[in-house]
Design a protein around this ligand. Structure first.
Ligand code: SF4
Length: 273
């Protein structure tokens, strides 16, 4: 067995265990598998037979977006923001809409919708990628081992889960925890945008590469996004590692601690500071 076969076997084992990230800049396991030719990318470069859309969700998500702020639909789009979701007037009505949503294929394979939970008056919103198996089974975001770690992370800066709003970019679980597809992100994003509009938090914390790159419309690796205060439509946004990644890479706990302390400082800052 040559080095390439050994690497492929190692990556396959990691992927079968549910891992999608590794310590190689922002590349996912599938990216590396594709790079070494261990995944047939097919004519469209997609690994999913049901994916008619590009596997680069960021390009499809943002290509129709206005350059200035994104909250107004472009005249020829009407897809992302100019729809009924943007007229939902409470978190409860969003929850009800998500429960009945058929805007993308994910409702067909998920067990429960996971719209998010927390107070409409939350001053801090945590945004992750998508529900996993535990979240799908319970209908609640960030439960199971990663959720327990998030609870501890929040407690370390004197916050209880009920003090914050917790949600994901996608509201239904992608089957087998596969990466979200571009059209799924495009279909689901209005729910998150509307949740943030209604809550108007003082700070947003994006957990993990996917949430950070989606909210910030960038392909910059998470290592270069964290440690800074970004802006999401005028709301300060801090990027940090996803708790599931921390469980695999304990060395990231210290930078994560620094990131949540940064979010806490923003929370404690006087208005207009
Ligand atoms: S993932 Fe989002 S867009 Fe897709 S069905 Fe669920 S709520 Fe609707």
């Amino acid at each position: 067995m040559d080095a390439r076969d050994r690497l492929r076997r190692y990556l396959e084992q990691r992927r079968d265990m549910g891992e999608t990230e590794m310590l190689l800049d922002s590349m996912t396991v599938d990216d590396v598998m594709r790079a070494i030719g261990a995944i047939d990318t097919g004519p469209r470069g997609s690994t999913s037979s049901d994916a008619e859309a590009s596997s680069d969700w960021r390009e499809a998500l943002w290509e129709d977006r206005p350059a200035d702020d994104g909250l107004e639909a472009p005249a020829d789009s009407g897809e992302l923001f100019d729809d009924d979701v943007m007229r939902l007037n409470s978190l409860k009505t969003i929850e009800n809409a998500v429960a009945k949503c058929t805007r993308c294929r994910l409702y067909k394979t998920a067990t429960n919708p996971v719209p998010g939970e927390g107070s409409p008056k939350s001053r801090l919103v945590c945004v992750g990628e998508a529900p996993g198996a535990n979240e799908d089974a319970t209908g609640r975001p960030f439960v199971g081992p990663a959720g327990n770690l998030l609870t501890k992370i929040l407690a370390a800066v004197d916050l209880r889960r009920e003090d914050v709003f917790i949600c994901n970019v996608l509201k239904h679980r992608p089957p087998g925890n596969r990466n979200p597809l571009a059209d799924e992100v495009l279909a689901c994003s209005p729910y998150l945008v509307r949740q943030l509009e209604l809550i108007k938090p003082k700070v947003i914390v994006a957990f993990g590469t996917f949430a950070a790159q989606t909210l910030l419309d960038t392909k910059t690796p998470i290592g270069k996004l964290r440690g800074l205060v970004h802006q999401y439509h005028g709301i300060p946004l801090v990027v940090t590692y996803h708790p599931a990644a921390l469980l695999r890479n304990p060395a990231w706990k210290r930078p994560t601690w620094e990131d949540v302390k940064l979010a806490r400082r923003i929370l404690d800052s006087p208005p207009g500071a």
